[in-house]
Design a protein around this ligand. Structure first.
Ligand SMILES: Cc1ncc(COP(=O)(O)O)c(C=O)c1O
Length: 498
């Protein structure tokens, strides 16, 4: 920042617009590349020329419109209803289907959609003192967050280490009289595997319990893949017993961030999702979703994206994604020492290694060094550490380059050998308990791992180029300790810039 006299983002004198934009662009230079098909997490890039400009223009049109009151801004209501209609149609609902009364809401993202699905299920059963939800172990962490925020107990059903799906009998056994919701993923984020939705929904229906299908990640990809001939198993409102579905438009609908849709099979199921309050002297607040004031920007941008791409566009993008997934999976199969966690059936390629000389965390660093940004996943229960690739259409033109890069990175990782943590770090990690962690301890640990930049000491981003040591340490720690370590670390990153 050139002038921060007023404190942080606020200069003593306002700056010219071009300078401000220059600052933002300079800051953005440190980010991972959001376009170009080499980042396999966080971003969803269709690689369609002109789409960004359209979405940005649409965003700008509605950025100051407030979703707080749909009667004041009918433009937003119209676009929300159009998005919900499109999502419902795509997912087996709407006139002429077995779910003609589907309704929904536009939320800010997958996490908000899942929180609201849990809230609706909880508040539909005010008679229960201790409501519970049943989720497969591979369900997104947002369900744990929802359970935590809403004081609902979380019953986790393990998944089979080979199929990566829960056993339906185990799901049935986990359902209790206090259960308000049973969850299935279509597909799971970590491995891209579709749960046995018809069987899980049947279990829920037999118990008189709601069933939410989390299609946040792949709900906008699976229908197109199916139309292209892929053997996509049933997962939507065509399945009896499915009471709600979430689908994120900021994922495979390729809209800018901030838009997800939560659908319910009928209005009565949605009703407990809403919050209304008239017990104060101001306006009566009626909120279908968590936020009250909401920018129309993301909604307008999503609307423009769907209108511009159309069914033909999404089919084309799904075909490109399917081919990219096949190409990347072939590259993994052709590389000695790597093993696919599951045969790719959606838009994810996830692999692990059985070779003790090939450290996956070192491999991830070697790939990063070569310009390929993959996502390491830590060991969980009897599932090994793995490398996750979210594949989008923009990856297709890059696939031929990935195989050689992967082979090279594997050779380099083998040559480097597995990470060996310094004994003093291991001793420290071994003696740590989540309760004993203090900010000072974490700062010491972060320094020892080369994360000092993140503590504002060197003005860096806090994340060194090579993360294998950090990942190895986290991998060795139990889940509770991982959570606390990372929470403390992020706390250290989030400090005011004066
Ligand atoms: C299956 C699934 N559900 C929920 C979410 C949470 O979505 P968000 O990050 O938009 O809150 C994700 C994110 O990747 C996901 O993959």
């Amino acid at each position: 920042m050139t002038d921060t006299a007023g404190g942080g983002a606020l200069p003593a004198r306002g700056m010219p617009a071009t300078d401000v934009l220059g600052e933002i662009r300079a800051l953005r230079a440190a980010d991972r590349p959001t376009h170009g098909g080499r980042l396999f997490a966080y971003v969803y890039d269709p690689g369609v020329a002109g789409l960004d400009a359209l979405a940005q223009a649409a965003y700008a049109e509605s950025a100051h419109v407030n979703g707080l009151d749909p009667t004041a801004f009918p433009s937003l209501l119209a676009m929300e209803n159009a998005l919900v209609g499109a999502a419902a149609r795509l997912l087996g609902g709407g006139p002429g289907t077995g779910a003609p009364d589907v309704v929904g809401s536009v939320t800010s993202g997958g996490t908000e959609s899942l929180l609201l699905a849990v809230k609706a299920a909880r508040d539909a059963r005010p008679d229960l003192a201790e409501p519970r939800i049943v989720v497969p172990a591979t369900a997104h962490a947002a369900f744990a967050k929802a359970a935590h925020y809403l004081r609902v107990a979380l019953d986790t059903v393990p998944v089979d280490p080979v199929t990566l799906r829960p056993d339906v009998a185990a799901v049935a056994a986990a359902v209790r009289p206090e259960t308000v919701l049973v969850v299935a993923s279509a597909p799971s984020y970590a491995h891209g595997v579709v749960d046995p939705v018809p069987e899980i929904a049947a279990v829920a229906q037999a118990a008189g319990v709601r069933c939410h299908v989390d299609a946040c990640f792949g709900g906008w990809a699976l229908p197109w893949l199916r139309r292209l001939g892929a053997p996509v198993p049933p997962f939507d409102f065509a399945v009896p017993g499915v009471t709600s579905i979430s689908v994120d438009l900021h994922k495979y609908a390729y809209a800018p961030k901030g838009v997800s849709v939560l659908l319910h099979r009928d209005p009565a199921l949605r009703a407990p999702q809403f919050f209304a309050y008239a017990g104060w002297p101001g306006y009566t607040m009626v909120n279908p979703v968590i936020a009250s004031t909401r920018s129309g920007g993301p909604i307008a941008a999503a609307y423009a994206t769907l209108r511009h791409l159309g069914e033909d566009g999404y089919l084309r993008l799904a075909a490109a994604t399917r081919d990219a997934v096949a190409g990347l999976a072939d590259a993994v199969r052709a590389t000695g020492g790597l093993r696919l966690m599951a045969e790719p059936e959606t838009t994810v390629v996830c692999f692990t290694s059985d070779d003790p000389q090939l450290d996956l965390f070192v491999l991830v660093d070697e790939l990063t060094e070569r310009g390929w940004h993959t996502q390491p996943q830590l060991t969980y229960a009897d599932l090994p550490a793995s490398v996750h690739l979210t594949v989008t259409a923009a990856v297709a033109p890059r696939v031929a380059e990935f195989g050689p890069a992967l082979a090279e990175a594997v050779a380099a990782a083998r040559a480097a050998g597995p990470v060996v943590l310094p004994p003093e770090l291991l001793a420290l990690a071994g003696s740590l308990t989540p309760e004993a962690l203090t900010p000072d301890l974490v700062a010491g640990l972060a320094g020892g791992l080369g994360l000092a930049g993140g503590l504002g000491l060197a003005g860096g981003t806090g994340v060194p180029d090579r993360m294998a040591m950090v990942n190895t340490l986290l991998d060795a720690a139990p889940a509770r300790l991982r959570e606390r370590l990372l929470a403390e670390f992020v706390g250290l990153l989030q400090r005011p810039a004066w």
